[in-house]
Design a binder for this molecule. Structure first.
Ligand code: B12
Length: 215
């Protein structure tokens, strides 16, 4: 089966809210030797965006969007399970990662977490809707090297700025590298708020994190 056909099936599994078809596609892709992270980003993620667009146009209802988002998370977890080869690679650094307060979108963050873990980064996933104070407390408690935040709403992006301020107020800004991401977040925003780094997607996040850890 071609890569294009597998991607098409992945998109359709999300649109049909069919977890079994999704898992079957993952297994087929693995058999074909396809990179499963690619299937996740080009297939399943594209599916959830299409469902979101349909919801935006009023063609789908919220329960359908929520169901599709749940299937998307199942697919992400399934790919994680299959990708874990049991071998412990040397830990290259520690990063805390959270979706900011007021924001429940955690699918993209989950993909970033999964991909970083495959690259030997010790990622402490704080979940979603996490207050800035908790993020900083956890970074301190875990001696993190990097603090990453995800924001999917234009109204919650400001929490990424609040994080920078919280670190400054505690006199510990220089201790950490900070990294921001999420669909509405841009390189320009990162620069404006004084974040150390920005990445557009999970693959770029890995490159940036590895760079930050060697600086
Ligand atoms: C799924 C979804 C939901 C699900 C979320 C389920 C979940 N567990 O995540 C549900 C149904 C719950 C939901 C709720 C809402 N949603 Co919504 N949702 C979406 C949707 C369709 C897809 C988001 C997604 O998962 N994308 C796929 C992932 C893989 O992509 P990603 O998140 O961008 O992540 C990638 C990168 O951004 C990056 N990245 C992400 N995080 C990080 C972090 C770091 C550190 C780095 C480096 C990189 C990085 O890497 C990821 C992988 O490559 C989008 C529409 C869209 N087209 O994006 C709307 C969207 C984000 N939602 C929107 C809205 C408005 C809402 C609601 C307010 C709706 C409402 N009126 O109730 C609520 C908000 C509730 C809240 N308080 O958070 C708007 C936001 C508008 C805006 N700009 O502010 C969007 C854009 C829809 C729209 N067009 O209007 N939503």
């Amino acid at each position: 089966m071609s890569k294009e056909a597998l991607i098409k099936d992945a998109i359709s599994a999300i649109k049909q809210c069919d977890a079994e078809a999704g898992k079957e596609t993952v297994r087929k892709a693995q058999k074909e030797g396809m990179n499963l992270i690619e299937l996740l980003s080009e297939g399943f993620s594209a599916g959830i965006r299409e469902v979101g667009d349909g919801f935006g146009r009023g063609e789908l209802f919220l329960p359908e969007l929520i169901m599709a988002a749940d299937i998307m998370k199942d697919m992400s977890a399934y790919i994680d399970e299959l990708s874990a080869d049991g071998s412990e690679s040397a830990v290259k650094g520690t990063m805390v990662l959270a979706t900011v307060e007021g924001d429940v979108h955690d699918i993209g963050k989950g993909i970033v977490v999964s991909l970083l873990r495959t690259q030997g980064i010790n990622v402490i996933d704080l979940g979603r809707d996490v207050p800035v104070k908790t993020i900083v407390d956890e970074a301190e408690a875990n001696s993190a090297d990097i603090i990453g935040t995800s924001a999917l709403l234009t109204t919650t992006m400001v929490q990424q700025k609040n994080l920078e301020e919280e670190l400054k107020n505690r006199g510990i800004r220089e201790k950490y590298k900070t990294m921001v991401g999420g669909a509405p977040v841009t390189k320009r925003w990162a620069k404006r708020i004084g974040a150390t780094s920005y990445a557009e997607d999970a693959a770029e996040a890995v490159d940036r994190v590895l760079e930050l850890l060697t600086q």
